[in-house]
Design a protein around this ligand. Sequence first.
Ligand code: ZN
Length: 109
Amino acid sequence: MALAQCPSCRKRVSSKATECPHCQFVFAGHSEQDLEREFIRIQQEKRDKLVSRSMLALLIAIAGFVYLFLQQPMPETWQYNVAVGVLVAGLLWFVVNRVQLLFVKRKRK
Ligand SMILES: [Zn+2]
């Protein structure tokens, strides 16, 4: 039994499968070109989603930073802890999305 690559998740699937057992992507009725186009479309969607999510994460980080900068809460108060938490979480989320974005881009042909 030959193995093919799922155009959606890029995992190995049987070439005789009608849908991907990993992500439930349906192959049936698609030509090779359709599948390739579908793959590019899905990659594009993933990129768009990651870009907008990373922008949101950056906004959250900036909001935390602006609050710290303008309000200058005393360290050890809950306002300070929340603002720092928001800032760090936003930055981390931003970095995670950026790394995922690189990964999506690298898989492109
Ligand atoms: Zn799949």
